[in-house]
Design a protein around this ligand. Structure first.
Ligand SMILES: Nc1ncnc2c1ncn2[C@@H]1O[C@H](COP(=O)(O)OP(=O)(O)O)[C@@H](O)[C@H]1O
Ligand SMILES: [Mg+2]
Length: 338
């Protein structure tokens, strides 16, 4: 099968190491697709108004979508998936709606809460006004960012005074800021490919530096070798009772179905409070699937090599497209002939 790998080609202004990190993970997927017996070509998306990539993908059987934005601007990611949807060519990963929705944490959380999925209580910050309906401690985070951007040791506030100060700093930097009740407890990740659930991972914060909150900060995620990185260790498979695992998966699946329709691949992040109740922190459609990232770690525990994971992501895209064609044919067959 001919597959085009679509990715953010970046701007001329990008630093060499930023380009290299995108290209490395793209090439990793290319090697894996070839190991599955596919032909895999690289198709960069270079600028919002450059549609050269659309004509290139017309010649392939499927698109492996690794495009997380255009020139690093993440809101363009939504538009690229929207364009893919219009082409009718099978593509990997989530559909446009969940990708766009989860870029706005308050909208995603509102839908989850309305569907009865347990999430920590939250509010969108209104200037520096204190959210009096929430119980301290709370965590303050940017509402339209991901990858732990804007999350550091000062994100969790235990007093009104600290919260007022943090809100002032955050609302100056970010257009939308979310305040959410802090869930003290263990943190888990649940990975999905379509409706298949992968082995659970736990983030262990036992070795966080003295005085730090046990949360995944920006430094923990991106500053390799920093005390916060060394202090937050993913453990897969998670060492938990079958009972707790069942409860976590049930809540994660509910969120995955509600926001992503159980299509594509994704990761649901949760915390479990002292009573054993899981709460969804967020749903991540199209998370990092490089070989060193969480989803690949889970797949290995399942007994899949990296290329098996990549192959299954392609299979899921193809089966989704086949069922859509079947549904279209059914509808067309039911239409009166004019
Ligand atoms: N309500 C919460 N209670 C406890 N910890 C939280 C809460 N929200 C976020 N965190 C911590 O902050 C990290 C990043 O938050 P998250 O909402 O997942 O944002 P991002 O999109 O940046 O990953 C989480 O992995 C978790 O450690
Ligand atoms: Mg997260």
């Amino acid at each position: 099968m001919k597959i085009a790998i679509l990715f953010d080609g970046g701007w001329d202004t990008w630093e060499q190491r930023d380009v290299a990190s995108v290209v490395d993970s793209v090439k990793e997927v290319q090697v894996a697709l070839r190991a599955c017996g596919h032909e895999a070509s690289l198709v960069p998306v270079r600028a919002p108004a450059d549609f050269g990539w659309l004509s290139k993908i017309r010649r392939v059987d499927a698109v492996f979508n690794l495009c997380e934005g255009i020139g690093g601007i993440s809101r363009f990611e939504d538009f690229v998936v929207g364009a893919l949807e219009l082409t009718g060519i099978p593509y990997t990963g989530c559909r446009p709606w969940p990708v766009a929705l989860t870029h706005r944490k308050s909208a995603a959380n509102t839908l989850l809460a309305r569907a009865g999925t347990p999430i920590p209580r939250f509010l969108l910050a209104n200037g520096n006004k204190l959210p009096i309906d929430l119980t301290l401690p709370v965590i303050v985070k940017p509402a339209a960012e991901d990858a732990s951007v804007g999350i550091d040791a000062g994100s969790v506030c235990t007093t009104k005074r600290a919260l007022r100060k943090r809100l002032a700093e955050m609302t100056e930097q970010y257009d939308e800021v979310l305040v959410q009740e802090y869930v003290a407890g263990r943190e888990f990740n649940v990975g999905f490919i379509g409706d298949t659930v992968l082995p659970l991972a736990e983030l262990c914060f036992d070795n966080m530096p003295e005085g730090s909150w046990p949360i995944l900060t920006y430094a923990a995620k991106w500053d390799t070798g920093s005390p916060e990185d060394l202090g937050s260790v993913p453990i897969c498979p998670a060492e938990i009772s079958a009972e707790l695992q069942k409860r976590i998966v049930a809540v994660a699946r509910q969120a995955w179905e509600e926001l992503c329709g159980a299509e594509g691949y994704g990761r649901v992040d949760l915390r479990v409070d002292a009573t054993g109740q899981p709460f969804v922190l967020e749903v991540n459609p199209n998370p990092d699937i490089s070989d060193c990232a969480g989803l690949s770690r889970m797949a290995k525990v399942q007994g899949w090599e990296y290329h098996d994971l990549i192959g299954r992501i392609v299979d899921e895209a193809l089966s989704r497209s086949t069922s859509r064609q079947a549904a279209n044919a059914l509808v067309e067959g039911a239409l009166p002939v004019t």
